[in-house]
Design a protein around this ligand. Structure first.
Ligand code: HEC
Length: 335
């Protein structure tokens, strides 16, 4: 029986593979090279350190956020999240959040430390390559270092804490990464484990003021990402506040917040300056074209002219500050 199977396999391999898999093989070699290269970059920038080591975190974030570094690997939107609790569901039916490269590379990716291990496999069910890296979550940073209080959902915090790998899903035609997920492989790795760190209590606010009077989370204001000398950095927060007020009147917060009240399969977040900055072009287009806000059944929800005008006015002002801040960064590299 085994022999028979072997014979059939060999015949199939000879007949089918040369026709079907040559391109794939070539791409596989490329994706493996990419995996190796990224693993080397990640372990150099973000090696395993203490889960609350701020110096290691700052260094990792700085390197990952650089436009010429790891961020280059992310081309368009990256979908990010956990695997669906139902193992029968594929990526298509899994709830994930949409991130621009700068947001993932600046606010989410650096929350992990990497051990330099990687594997590349093809997933026939997803029809995508899995590029997997050994990773451990920094679970003992100050609360304001996370892009928002992940602990608003105890299970989410637990899943982050227990993750020991990140998988990037790569398209089989271009090799581009389309999605990434963190999870526990089920195989214990001693150095990819940390003791549980109980998070603070969530008080319902995505942003807050700390004891020193600083708005938190700081990275959500691009602090630690853009250069401290960037003259537009301080304008981001007040200009976002104006837009946030308009978004509140425009019902945007009913849906575009981390607890995902509308159960969006592809969540768009707008609840901090950084999240909104990476979506501002789409925000403006959606409001201008009466696509947003929508209602519970996905139809346009009427807003009064004043609210629409405020969204467009403060959205445009915020967009101008964001663009100016980005341009300044481009013309002052390495500051
Ligand atoms: C009732 C829930 C709900 C409300 C309220 C809502 N949205 Fe959305 N929004 C969605 C859903 C669902 C999607 C995904 C739609 C899709 O891609 O088909 C979406 C997608 C988006 C997108 C990305 C896709 C695109 O169209 O470019 C943007 C930007 C957006 N919304 C902005 C806003 C803004 C700004 C407001 C407030 C003025 C708002 N939304 C209010 C549910 C909502």
């Amino acid at each position: 029986m085994f022999l028979m199977r072997g014979v059939i396999a060999v015949v199939l391999a000879v007949v089918v593979l040369p026709v079907r898999a040559q391109g794939n093989d070539q791409l596989r070699v490329q994706i493996e090279a990419k995996g190796a290269n990224i693993a080397t970059q990640l372990v150099a920038a973000c090696p395993i350190a203490g889960p609350g080591d701020q110096v290691a975190f700052d260094r990792c974030r700085k390197i990952m956020f650089q436009p010429a570094g790891f961020r280059q690997e992310l081309k368009g939107i990256l979908l990010w999240g956990r695997p669906d609790p139902n193992p029968d569901r594929t990526l298509k039916d899994t709830t994930l959040t949409q991130f621009a490269p700068e947001i993932w590379a600046g606010l989410y990716g650096p929350l992990f430390m990497f051990d330099g291990t990687w594997t590349v496999t093809f997933d026939p069910r997803e029809k995508l390559y899995r590029v997997q890296f050994g990773a451990l979550f920094r679970n003992a940073l100050a609360p304001g270092e996370y892009p928002y209080p992940f602990w608003q959902n105890a299970k989410k915090w637990d899943d982050y804490e227990k993750a020991n790998a990140i998988v990037f899903w790569a398209r089989p035609d271009s090799g581009a990464f389309v999605a990434a997920q963190f999870f526990n492989t089920g195989v214990a790795v001693a150095h990819l484990k940390s003791s549980a760190h109980p998070p603070p209590v969530f008080d319902g606010n995505w942003m807050w003021t700390d004891r020193d009077g600083k708005t938190q989370p700081q990275p959500a204001l691009f602090q630690g990402l853009f250069a401290p000398a960037n003259p537009f950095l301080s304008q981001l927060e007040p200009s976002y506040r104006d837009l946030a007020n308009a978004m509140r009147s425009g019902h945007c917060n009913d849906c575009h917040v981390p607890n995902n009240p509308a159960g969006m399969k592809r969540l768009v977040l707008l609840q901090t300056p950084a999240h909104a900055a990476s979506e501002i072009v789409r925000v403006m287009a959606a409001v201008r074209n009466n696509r947003m806000p929508e209602d519970d059944v996905g139809l346009y929800r009427e807003i009064d002219d004043g609210t629409k005008a405020a969204l467009l006015k403060y959205g445009a002002a915020f967009e101008a500050v964001v663009n100016a801040a980005r341009d300044w960064e481009k013309s002052h590299p390495g500051q």
